[in-house]
Design a protein around this ligand. Sequence first.
Ligand code: NAD
Length: 227
Amino acid sequence: MKKLVFLTGAGISAESGISTFRDSDGLWERHRIEDVASIEGWHRNPELVNDFYNKRRTQLSECEPNAAHQIIAELENLFDVTVITQNVDNLHEKAGSSRVIHLHGELTKACSENQKGYVTDIGFREIVFGEKAPDGHLLRPFIVWFGEEVPLMEFAMTEVESADYLVIIGTSLNVYPAAGLYHYAKPGIPIWLIDPNETQPVNKHVKIIREKATKGMDILKKELIND
Ligand code: NAD
């Protein structure tokens, strides 16, 4: 089977009702990104940050995968599929994808503030601010914030390096190091980018499908099957 790798961002979940990172007002759900998505923001006001992710988790519990997530899962019948996502939602898994790498963490998990190695499933429940991990440190959302290392980055690079096809969907390509991942693709492999809006420039070999994720994935599926 040929290896098909997807790099997905917030845009793939937009049609499921989850807003993207920088909607037109430059804010994420009415908060400044520095306040709710950086390690400095957490140190400044952990209670606010904890509450922000509690709300995102509750919101996620009411969201369903859309046709784009579903087509990606169905493509496992034809390809060896890996999904590398910047998303913290669980919609790829809910659609049935079996190999998903979450570069920026997962809303349905919590970790110790001290030891990010301690990770626990919490489903859709709230983290009560002040709750402790078994090591006695504060339990925090399992999210990779700006200013923190991206532990799965090397693993993701090797996945991209071994891809036969690469598809980038719904990412502004603004958040590094994730945005640089596509550069690790073998020279000459087909690369598509699906996004209804302009993103950061990509090289001329990338075929752009200027559509929302659901329509774009429908077009891409036909192209892949005909290839
Ligand atoms: P981003 O908000 O910077 O960019 C979103 C991109 O999606 C834009 O290029 C936009 O044009 C595009 N888009 C909007 N609607 C779309 C649609 N219907 N179909 C396809 N594309 C669409 O997002 P990013 O590049 O993923 O940056 C990321 C950070 O935001 C990540 O670190 C992630 O953890 C966090 N985040 C995650 C979620 C989520 O888990 N669903 C939501 C918001 C933010």
